[in-house]
Design a protein around this ligand. Structure first.
Ligand SMILES: O=C(CO)COP(=O)(O)O
Length: 248
């Protein structure tokens, strides 16, 4: 065993309303959840406080994004301080939808990661290659570059979880095979050892995201370098409980 605590995040993306959230949370609160897993759900920001109020204290909440300063004239955005104020412990930064739909680049993602950490949030920092990058043999180059940008701005990794989410696997039903995910996670750990430190390489949780389901989670969870999951679609469904408990 790696000694790293299993971590499962549910990224609800832009889904849900109060009725639906109440049903999801009732299901989670009533389920037998593995104590050896850190569990985080990430509702849309406008429902964070509502969700937090319903959830069992065993489950933390995360924002899906935040900006790199505490306050100011940034219409439509929100700060880590605001997320903390409504009960969030974590924030997802650099999700591929932020990168690809909203045009966020490595530099901004690194700045936002550093500021969220300084502000007291844990950060689920997302990286991952596109299909054409994988097919042209550039997977490692891309994920190393994305991690390097973050590493340049982050000095304390204690509250970071790195989420490897290959873009071609997100919402497509095409999961990376356990071997494909394990290979990238192991390469990332090697990169961290050479470029950050051996202790960060050994202790940092690297989780996998991309079409994780109740059906495929157990096999993925057996790989030595997969320390949990970031789950989209299936986190809105009862099978999320199986994913939380995937390590057994
Ligand atoms: O983007 C994801 C989690 O952040 C993964 O989404 P899916 O699980 O729906 O593929």
């Amino acid at each position: 065993m790696s000694g790293r605590k299993f971590f499962v995040g549910g990224n609800w993306k832009m889904n849900g309303n109060k009725d639906e959230i109440k049903k999801i949370v009732d299901g989670l609160n009533g389920a037998a959840l593995n104590d050896n897993t850190d569990i985080v759900v990430s509702p849309p920001a406008c429902y964070l406080e509502y969700t937090k109020g319903l959830l069992s204290p065993k489950i933390s909440t995360a924002g899906q994004n935040c900006y790199k300063v505490a306050k100011g004239a940034f219409t439509g955005d929100l700060s880590p301080q605001m997320l903390i104020d409504v009960g969030a412990d974590w924030v997802i930064i650099g999700h591929s939808e932020r990168r690809n739909v909203f045009g966020e680049g490595d530099e901004l993602i690194a700045e936002k990661t550093a500021f969220a950490l300084e502000s007291g949030l844990g950060v689920i920092a997302c990286i991952g290659e596109k299909l054409e990058e994988r097919e042209s043999g550039k997977t490692e180059e891309v994920v190393f570059q994305q991690t390097k940008a973050i590493a340049a701005k982050v000095s304390n990794w204690d509250k970071v979880v790195l989420a490897y989410e290959p873009v071609w696997a997100i919402g497509t039903g095409k999961t990376a095979t356990p071997q494909q995910a394990q290979d990238v996670h192991a390469q990332l750990r090697k990169w961290l050892k050479e470029n950050v430190s051996e202790s960060v390489a050994n202790s940092l949780r690297i989780i996998y995201g991309g079409s994780v389901t109740g059906g495929n989670c157990k096999e993925l969870a057996q790989s030595g370098d997969i320390d949990g999951f970031l789950v989209g679609g299936a986190s809105l469904k009862p099978e999320f409980v199986e994913i939380i408990n995937a390590r057994g």
